[in-house]
Design a protein around this ligand. Structure first.
Ligand SMILES: [Zn+2]
Length: 354
């Protein structure tokens, strides 16, 4: 989400909180439950240039959300139970909430797991299967490191050589925004090539970064042994599925499921689409995921979950608990469902894009 729409959503959240309108409409908009998206969990908050900070929350915030969500009357369930509740003919008396973490960061084991254990909360970690091998390319973090170390970077952008000054925090931030979104629009193989070149030029070791930040298979297995934990798949290389031809898309998903099953010795029934927005995962991809026998697949489309078939089980929306919304009043309003109903209404009132 760009910063203008983040600002807009924050204003909507605050307005709904202070007017009390959110809780008033909650019985209409809350639906059957919610799946939360998280990435990194780390006690440190960084100052200055921190373009991926939105992907990080503190263990204290995570704990506060657990208490808050329970206090609001949600049952905290694993994804198998969530799927049962979405497909049940009758809704449960209480809504459900399910916690999911994307990418397999080691800090999930170190900082999130103790919190989840302490409160007995089930959770899912979606692992891109190349990552625990130390072969993952966390290109969004590599781009951040390149810009942090450099005073300027030069890229071949849309046929033209462009040099971005990045001596100051503001310049680094502006360069990140432009280069990040440009890369997101490229075929993924090409984007990775650009990142490899930038990383090599700035002395950033992609493989080392992956080994430092992502769990090994031994660590994944440590978590998988706990009945609270579900390990889901997240492709092999963390590619945007919708940009791949259908056969390759199917292969990316199937390979990651098979590898996880082989490593943890249990069926892999749940999947998360990398990036997960409207441009990275489409109906074609939801159908591919269903065809592979997945019980659920999640996106980063925003929303609470209503009864099937209103939501396709392999294209489920989630609610992001990212660093942008690290305030308890935002969480409370998000869980009423009102912001998503409002968001859908606003989107429907816009002229359709051609
Ligand atoms: Zn991811």
């Amino acid at each position: 989400m760009n910063s203008a729409s983040t600002k807009l959503l924050k204003s909507v959240l605050s307005a709904l909180h202070y007017t009390g309108l959110g809780s008033l409409v909650a019985p209409l908009t809350r639906g059957r439950g919610v799946i939360f998206t998280l990435h990194q969990v780390h006690p440190e908050t960084r100052k200055g240039f921190d373009p991926n900070g939105i992907l990080r929350v503190t263990p204290e915030f995570l704990e506060q959300v657990i208490l808050q969500v329970r206090g609001l009357g949600f049952d905290l369930v694993d994804l198998d139970e969530a799927v049962d509740r979405i497909t049940a003919a009758e809704p449960s008396a209480r809504p459900f909430a399910s916690f999911t973490f994307d990418d397999g960061y080691r800090d999930n084991l170190i900082h999130a797991y103790p919190v989840m254990q302490r409160h007995g909360v089930p959770f899912t970690i979606y692992v891109p299967s190349d990552f625990p091998d130390g072969r993952g390319e966390l290109w969004w973090l590599a781009l951040e490191d390149v810009l942090r170390r450099s005073n300027e970077v030069t890229v071949q952008l849309m046929g033209a050589v462009r040099t971005f000054p990045c001596a100051t925090t503001a310049e680094k931030q502006a360069a990140f925004e432009t280069i990040y979104w440009w890369l997101r629009g490229l075929p993924e193989d090409r984007a990775r090539q650009v990142i490899r070149e930038l990383a090599a030029g700035a002395g950033v070791d992609l493989a080392q970064q992956c080994r430092d930040l992502i769990m090994s298979w031994d660590e994944v297995r440590t978590l998988a042994r706990d009945p609270l934990v579900t390990i889901g798949a997240h492709t092999r290389r963390h590619f945007a599925i919708s940009n791949l031809p259908a056969d390759e898309a199917r292969q990316e998903i199937a390979d990651s499921m098979a590898r996880i099953e082989a490593e943890i010795g249990r069926p892999c029934r749940h999947f998360s689409f990398p990036y997960g927005d409207e441009t990275s995962a489409t109906q074609r991809d939801f159908d591919i995921a269903a065809g592979l026998g997945l019980a659920s697949a999640v996106t980063t489309r925003k929303g609470l979950i209503h009864a099937a078939p209103r939501h396709c089980l392999t294209g489920l929306p989630r609610v992001s608990l990212n660093g942008d919304y690290q305030r308890s009043r935002y969480v409370e309003v998000l869980l009423t469902g009102a912001p998503f109903a409002l968001w859908d209404m606003l989107r429907r009132s816009q002229p359709a894009a051609s």
